[in-house]
Design a protein around this ligand. Structure first.
Ligand code: AMP
Length: 545
């Protein structure tokens, strides 16, 4: 027997309608690509998203069509999120920092019909345009006065002119909540990028989670700044959750350096920011150099790559910012776990609390985790057994978009998604990534965790960043090499770094050598590109034993 309750679909359009109606005066502030600060509110954003939906219809966009964006975090990008998904089309956010081969592949594979582009990225589109097979129009996200005077684009449209010509009345259509809403390709390091196609339902459920007390807890009283790009898994779903909470949204545009972010946080009373640890590297350096502090920032959600314990400690002890470490994947749209401490953990000595916060955390309701050995057998949650992490849940993909070959290997025979991460899970349910499957170092048949070595190295006061990579070795198959970026003006010695590591790991796990470099290569989302490092040092000669 079924219950007798209404079946109202969970649709993204209801978020902006709710924010406009009940929190219409909550502000949305963004630093624009043109440089000035733009300020309006949820009611204004709703009216402009509706103008946009009318414009999309006029340009021939139909439900299910893919509409691409190459854009920073700004109010116009926000309008695209709501206008495109609200009218039933699919918003396809693209990472502009990808190589041109990948961009071409992604846009052709997605068969995007329209492309909205920020001024900054017009040259990328000019170079690619001839090879983009399905794009009918390019819309430049600016006003008439700032349109590029000369461009190789054929008849580009102007965003502001397009909106000015439309009515702010638009009836959002009602459809099945399982309808696709947005598309994001992961810049996976092997093979072609793979598409994760989110639905209205998965997006809404994820937004509820982001507002849940005890986890990220976005609330009406917050001023939220997603530094994580809107082209990286919908800025972790923040633009949806902030509308659900009716909170203030602060969008940093293209200026992501420490000084600009600090300035924006201070002027807009930002209470919560979200981003990868690299962003904090820049912010902390700026604060250390200038002696400045935060007057409103209370907490940060940091993820995408491991947040070092030293950074968590610095933020909490020196700057009074509470750190929640999160883990997720594009394929999980994206948050899977957060390291919000349980009451019994808060009673532990501070040292132990930091150790838990440095783990990737426990899953929220609706995300299931398991770790398995190489035969797929589930391992115990004892904090020691390490295995591949598999996940299941209503905001996890069930297959990749139009990629049967990749989909076949991405799931086990019960439908769990293979994350490719190697993890432990402790008795509190806290998951810790100890390595990535593609990034383990196998020496003499034994595994070495590159993340463990990096975390120890990064605790050295003179080291800014460190990456451990496995390189071929004539005797052991592979051995670890540590590549280190010293802090400006500091000169840590090889011997002291290696003895620091030797204090914490087995002797055979200590890297065989340390190389000093000025910087490490990062992906657009802030992860160290290990493969590119391995290529760079491919002909490295090990020191004689
Ligand atoms: P992406 O799909 O680009 O977000 O990448 C997802 C992958 O990033 C995960 O499978 C992890 O390998 C890594 N990752 C994400 N968050 C963290 C974290 N907090 N600590 C360590 N690795 C992380």
């Amino acid at each position: 027997m079924f219950g007798l309750m209404m079946e109202r679909p969970l649709l993204i359009s209801s978020l902006i309608d709710y924010a406009a109606k009940y929190h219409g005066r909550s502000e949305i502030v963004s630093r624009t690509v043109e440089g000035r600060i733009h300020r309006y509110n949820w009611a204004d954003a709703q009216a402009r998203a509706k103008r946009l939906a009318n414009a999309l219809q006029r340009l021939g966009i139909r439900p299910g069509d893919r509409v691409a964006t190459l854009a920073w975090n700004t109010h116009r990008h926000l309008e695209l999120y709501y206008g495109i998904s609200g009218m039933g089309a699919i918003s396809h956010t693209i990472n502009p920092r990808l190589a041109s081969d990948q961009l071409r592949y992604i846009m052709n594979h997605a068969e995007d019909a329209l492309l909205f582009v920020d001024l900054t990225f017009v040259p990328i589109v000019e170079a690619l345009m001839a090879e983009l097979k399905t794009i009918r129009h390019v819309v430049v996200m600016t006003d008439e006065a700032s349109m590029p005077a000369q461009t190789a684009l054929r008849a580009p449209l102007c965003y502001e002119t397009l909106l000015a010509g439309e009515s702010p009345s638009f009836e959002w259509p009602t459809f099945d909540e399982k309808t696709a809403s947005s598309l994001c390709y992961t810049s996976g390091t092997t093979g072609n990028p793979k598409g994760a196609l989110f639905s209205h339902r998965s997006t809404m459920l994820h937004a509820y989670f982001m507002c849940m007390a005890d986890f990220v807890a976005i609330a009406r009283s917050d001023s939220v700044c997603p530094v994580v790009p809107m082209f990286h898994v919908n800025a972790w779903g923040v633009p949806y959750a902030v509308a659900m909470a009716g909170a203030k949204l602060v969008l940093p545009g293209p200026k992501l350096d420490g000084a600009s972010l600090h300035d924006l946080f201070e002027s807009e009373g930002v209470t919560l920011n979200l981003g990868v640890p690299t962003v904090w590297l820049g912010l902390l350096r700026y604060l250390d150099e200038t002696g400045k502090r935060f007057s409103s920032l209370q907490r940060t959600l940091c993820g995408g790559s491991a947040m070092p314990e030293t950074m968590i400690r610095a933020l909490e002890e020196r700057y009074d910012v509470r750190v929640t470490h999160g883990w997720g994947m594009t394929e999980m749209s994206p948050v899977g776990t957060v390291s919000a401490l349980l009451p019994e953990q808060r009673a532990l000595p501070k040292e132990q609390q930091y150790a838990f916060q440095a783990k990737q955390g426990r899953p929220m309701f609706n995300v299931e985790l398991k770790i398995v050995d190489e035969n797929g057998v589930a391992l115990p949650h004892d904090g020691v057994s390490r295995g591949e992490l598999l996940v299941r849940g209503p905001w996890v993909i069930r297959e990749y978009y139009k990629d049967e070959a990749a989909s076949r290997v991405a799931f086990d025979n019960e439908g769990w998604f293979r994350t490719g991460d190697i993890a432990t899970i402790d008795e509190y349910g806290f998951m810790q990534i100890v390595d990535r499957q593609k990034d383990l170092i196998k020496s003499g048949g034994e595994w070495i965790s590159s993340i463990d070595i990096e975390n120890i190295a990064i605790a050295h006061p003179d080291i800014a960043e460190a990456a451990a990579i496995g390189l071929p070795h004539p005797r052991w198959g592979e051995r670890p090499l540590l590549v280190v970026v010293p802090k400006p003006g500091r000169h840590p010695s090889k011997v002291e770094i290696l003895s620091l590591i030797a204090e914490r790991v087995a002797k055979w796990q200590v890297p065989d050598d340390v190389l000093f470099v000025d910087e490490l290569p990062h992906t657009a989302t802030g992860k160290v590109m290990k493969r590119s490092l391995r290529d760079r040092f491919g002909d490295f000669t090990w020191p004689a034993a």
